[in-house]
Design a protein around this ligand. Structure first.
Ligand code: G4P
Ligand code: NA
Ligand code: NA
Length: 190
């Protein structure tokens, strides 16, 4: 998505540890018009697959997920995060290790919001190691829901998450693929 790449080039800041800071439009302040076009792009790519629900994780996945749900006219469910294990029998949960924050989170979704009748589209802001996405897949699998696709706003292709998911056979669309953040420079793939 050219518009997204332009905004990343103009507003993104490279932080130590191969982190791209995109606080001005995605992770703190949100650009709703850009987010709306992101949602439309996901909706167009994943149309005609019978998707019944969009799944994401709080907090930063919610904006692109809601815009996608709006464009597809389906509900959006976000997994909630918890510092401790959620032991309730009315939730599906998974452990997600955050490499950037160096600690594990538990994520969970109430069973009433995800069933075996659902065909889900997973949406997230970043794909790096893929831990968050793997957690959502585990939850969807536990609910016996089908996973129709995975939509990512920014993928860092120098980290292994995207390759892993494609090797597993998932249909992954990333709107911007970053091949390198070396020397404080954003280098896009292809
Ligand atoms: P993973 O889900 O792909 O494994 O990502 P990882 O553990 O490496 O990262 C943990 C958190 O950091 C995730 O957000 C992920 O979206 C985000 N992240 C990863 N790489 C970058 C990056 O280069 N720039 C930015 N801005 N974020 C990155 P989270 O913990 O779920 O936080 P949030 O949703 O509350 O923002
Ligand atoms: Na994030
Ligand atoms: Na995220």
């Amino acid at each position: 998505m050219e518009e997204l790449k332009t905004v990343i080039k103009e507003q993104g800041k490279v932080l130590p540890g191969n982190i791209l800071k995109v606080n001005s439009f995605l992770n703190h302040q949100i650009d709703p018009k850009l987010m709306y076009r992101i949602g439309q792009t996901f909706a167009e790519y994943f149309k005609n697959l019978g998707i019944t629900k969009v799944l994401t994780v709080e907090a930063s996945g919610i904006a692109p997920a809601v815009m996608t749900g709006l464009a597809m006219e389906v509900p959006v469910v976000f997994a909630r995060k918890s510092k401790s294990l959620v032991v309730k029998n009315d939730v599906y949960s998974a452990e997600v290790y955050s490499y950037t924050k160096k600690f594990p989170n538990h994520i969970y979704i109430e069973k009433q919001f995800l069933t075996s009748d659902d065909k889900v589209l997973i949406i997230d802001d970043f794909l790096a190691n893929g831990e968050a996405t793997k957690g959502l897949i585990k939850i969807a699998d536990a609910a016996n829901a089908d996973i129709a696709g995975i939509g990512i706003v920014i993928e860092k292709t120098f980290q292994p998450g995207g390759q892993y998911l494609r090797d597993q056979g998932y249909n992954v669309l990333s709107l911007a693929q970053i091949a390198s953040l070396e020397n404080n420079q954003v280098k896009f793939a292809n």
